[in-house]
Each structure stands twice: as structure tokens, then as C-alpha cells.
Design a protein around this ligand. Structure first.
Ligand code: URA
Length: 244
């Protein structure tokens, strides 16, 4: 991935805001230690040293969502651990056939510790109702468990760091169909870089699970004329579910 100097400076300013000068000293040391030429390696090294230093809990062998939550809810693997109010693990039926995956908690989710409880969440409830589903019938989670400040887009390094948690949730829930809410969530799950229209027009697979995508509910709030297309997407999602 091409990373510009401007992006690196922004990322470093953000790290400094959260960790102070300590990280900057460490970063300089890392740079010397690893003789880093390509700038991207810097953030990778920073992340791995944060991981080594601050996060020791083993979570891969969790056998239930409760156990997984206990192991990860104090995560400090990335700087969002310092700025979050609550860790937003996920909510719903632990045996759900369908999972809905969003991008990252917003302000209200950060306050309450539950995904999709703000205005976008109200709309999501209505969308579910339109296909005869309730929140309790499905499992709802996000790519990131912590809110990015000012609702900015998740950074690639944050998604990479947090993704194993979602992967483990999927592994425990074993859904048959996943509905991704928005381009960022879909591309992160599928490890692709596609436009939303390409994502919406196909049924993908992730570990043998069918994956369909639609607009993020927050985008629908801003552009209500997209609701018609969203309706087609969720009907496709429901019909995959009904075919099981
Ligand atoms: N947007 C998301 O992607 N997830 C939430 O939980 C809330 C808003």
C-alpha cells in the first residue's frame, strides 16, 4: 500500500497525542534498530511493539463469546484503547445464522458499549424489521471494537490489529450468511479493495460463509434515495437466509 509522508506525519501526530513523547523516542530507536527505509514499516513496528508490551492475553482458544469478551475487552493493542469510553464487542444471538458487520463504533456506541445504537442503529433496526428480523435474531459486530476519534475512517493498521477478534467471533458464532454494512466493512472482511457497487452486485465467500454487502445505514441517512437499492440488497440477504 502506498503511504505518503503526509499520512505518516498525521499518524505520528495522532500517536503523540495519545502516548506523548515516549512513543516518539521509541519510534526513533526502532527506526535505527531496524534500519527502516520504507516508511510503512515504521507503523508496523510500532504496532508490534505495542502489542508485545501492552497486550499479553491469549484469546484464540476461547470457547465462547463470553470467554472471548473477558479476554479482550481491556485491549490496548492500538491507540484507540486509550481514547475509547467502552469496548464495543458485539451483540445478539450467539448462535445466529446471520451476522451483520459494520465499520466501527460511533459516539453513542462508544458511550453505551453496544454496536448500532445511534441514529444509524435505529435505521438498521427498521431495515431488519422490513425483512422480518429483530436485532436478537442476528449477531451484530464491527470491524473495529473501539471508536476512532471524531468518527474518522479506521486506519488500515487499526483494522489489521482488531480483525482477529472479529475473526474469532465469526469462528464461534458460525453464521451461514454475513451482511456487510458499507464498503469499508466489506473490503476489510473480504480483504479486497472494491467499490461498493461491485461489492453489492456479487455474493462473496469468507471461510465458506456467504457474504453480501449494502450501504452503511449512516450513508442512507445522508442519501435516502439509496434506500431503494438497499432494499434489493437486504431482500437478497434474506433470501439466502431463507434458503438454509
Ligand atoms: N457505525 C458502525 O459502523 N458501527 C456502529 O456500531 C455504529 C455506527
Amino acid at each position: 500500500m502506498a503511504v505518503t509522508i503526509k499520512q505518516i506525519i498525521e499518524a505520528l501526530k495522532y500517536q503523540k497525542e495519545v502516548f506523548g513523547d515516549f512513543l516518539f523516542e521509541k519510534l526513533d530507536k526502532e527506526r535505527v534498530n531496524y534500519n527502516l527505509a520504507p516508511e510503512m514499516k515504521v507503523s508496523e513496528k510500532v504496532t508490534s511493539s505495542l502489542t508485545d508490551n501492552l497486550f499479553v492475553e491469549e484469546f484464540h482458544n476461547s470457547t465462547s463469546l463470553t470467554e472471548l469478551y473477558e479476554k479482550i475487552h481491556q485491549c490496548q493493542k492500538c491507540p484507540l484503547g486509550k481514547t475509547r469510553t467502552k469496548f464495543v464487542f458485539g451483540v445478539g444471538n450467539p448462535n445466529a445464522k446471520a451476522m451483520l458487520i459494520g465499520e466501527a463504533p460511533g459516539a453513542e456506541e462508544d458511550r453505551q458499549g453496544e454496536p448500532f445504537v445511534g441514529r444509524a442503529g435505529q435505521l438498521l433496526n427498521d431495515i431488519l424489521k422490513a425483512i422480518n428480523l429483530k436485532r436478537e435474531d442476528v449477531y451484530i459486530a464491527n470491524i473495529l471494537k473501539c471508536r476512532p476519534p471524531n468518527n474518522r475512517d479506521p486506519l488500515p493498521v487499526e483494522m489489521e490489529t482488531c480483525f482477529p477478534y472479529l475473526h474469532k467471533q465469526i469462528d464461534l458464532i458460525k453464521p451461514k450468511v454475513i451482511l456487510c454494512l458499507g464498503r469499508i466493512a466489506a473490503n476489510a472482511l473480504l480483504n479486497k479493495k472494491l467499490s461498493l457497487s461491485l461489492l453489492r452486485n456479487a455474493v462473496f465467500e469468507h471461510d465458506g460463509i456467504k457474504v453480501v454487502s449494502t450501504y452503511h445505514p449512516a450513508a442512507l441517512l445522508r442519501n435516502p434515495h439509496w434506500k431503494k437499492d438497499c432494499w434489493e440488497d437486504v431482500k437478497k440477504f434474506k433470501s439466502l437466509l431463507d434458503q438454509l
